[in-house]
Design a protein around this ligand. Structure first.
Ligand SMILES: [Zn+2]
Length: 341
């Protein structure tokens, strides 16, 4: 008898287990995500602090009431792979060891040391939708691991890449983690120098791509619980980059989202902090070896809730003040009426 009831209890438990698995699989996103369900990282190669030096209406409308710093700190070496490597792994370049050469040659597989943030996202959320759009395909080849189910899309020009991204969202895709690397600003610096008209023109065009990408994401309703990040790997001088001048070692870091404060990020903010911000936003615990951090003052209360505070019960002193103001208004109206009779 005991055996029989035990087996009935076990069968019921197994049925319940199977049902909960079925429900979990049907959900839009894994139920244990952090505050944000989507993190979008837009990387602009060679942008440095240049969004501050040109008319950039899209930058202003997206980040003006959010958090940014035009000159966040880069790695000591202002080379692309060294910085994109740190931005995506959260460790410094002397730990990850990526170079432009190695990332072109070595196909990176899942299970390596110093994994990218895509690895941690996949570990925590087996069903997460992960995507990476590159102009410079070294990142998709040699930094972001194969074998994680990251949808890797490479296009040789920024207009084509932007078009692909816009279409991707128009087709109803809702990625949990997205990385984008655009390259035309760096190309302009290599051809004409970092203080040239051509360079600044490229940054202005980049502001247009930024707006198109943001609008595609927001238009799909994904900014309701999405975090939108802009970051550069390094800046440029007359001879391009690679040195340690202030221009080369400055990189824009800008973040927009519902709980992002309207603030200038502290001068200690690094471009590699993107990795910490992304994991934090998705509710993933930061692994020990990562040396990036969420800049102080970046996140606050949910903005809608902040706005709602206005409709809360007023303190007694304010109520009395409002009552007196209304009485005063009434008296003024009465005197006006008497004067007019
Ligand atoms: Zn670069």
């Amino acid at each position: 008898m005991l055996k029989k009831s035990l087996s009935v209890v076990l069968s019921v438990l197994m049925m319940l287990g199977a049902m909960s698995c079925a429900f979990a699989a049907e959900g839009d996103a894994p139920s244990s995500f952090g505050y944000y369900k989507h993190v979008f990282i837009i990387g602009v190669d060679g942008a440095g602090a240049a969004f501050d030096k040109v008319e950039s209406p899209n930058f202003d409308r997206i980040f003006g009431s959010n958090a940014y710093r035009h000159n966040a700190v880069t790695e000591d070496i202002t080379v692309s792979a060294q910085n994109w490597g740190s931005i995506l792994t959260g460790v410094t370049y002397d730990t990850h060891g990526f170079t432009n050469d190695s990332t072109g040659k070595n196909k990176r597989q899942a299970g390596c040391e110093n994994p990218s943030i895509f690895y941690y996202a996949r570990q925590k959320f087996p069903d997460a939708k992960l995507v990476s759009f590159n102009n410079w395909s070294n990142i998709n080849h040699g930094i972001i691991e194969y074998g994680l189910g990251v949808n890797k899309i490479n296009r040789k020009s920024d207009p084509l890449l932007t078009q692909s991204i816009v279409r991707y969202f128009e087709s109803g895709n809702k990625p949990d983690l997205m990385f984008v690397q655009l390259d035309s600003v760096d190309h302009a610096a290599h051809s004409h120098g970092g203080f040239s008209d051509e360079y600044y023109d490229a940054v202005k065009k980049m502001d247009g791509y930024l707006g198109q990408i943001y609008d595609a994401i927001a238009g799909a309703g994904l900014m309701d619980d999405g975090l939108f990040i802009l970051v550069a790997d390094h800046g440029e001088t007359t001879n391009g980059h690679g040195g340690n001048t202030p221009e080369e070692m400055a990189a824009v870091l800008a973040v927009a989202g519902k709980t992002v404060n309207q603030t200038i990020l502290p001068e200690t903010a690094h471009n590699r902090d993107v990795s910490a911000i992304a994991l934090y936003a998705l509710g993933i615990e930061q692994p020990e070896q990562m040396v990036s951090s969420v800049p102080e003052g970046l996140f606050g209360a949910e903005k809608d809730k902040v706005a709602d505070l206005g409709s809360e019960e007023l303190p007694v002193a304010d109520k009395l003040g409002n009552f007196l103001l209304k009485m005063l208004d009434a008296f003024v109206s009465l005197f006006d009426w008497i004067a007019s009779v």
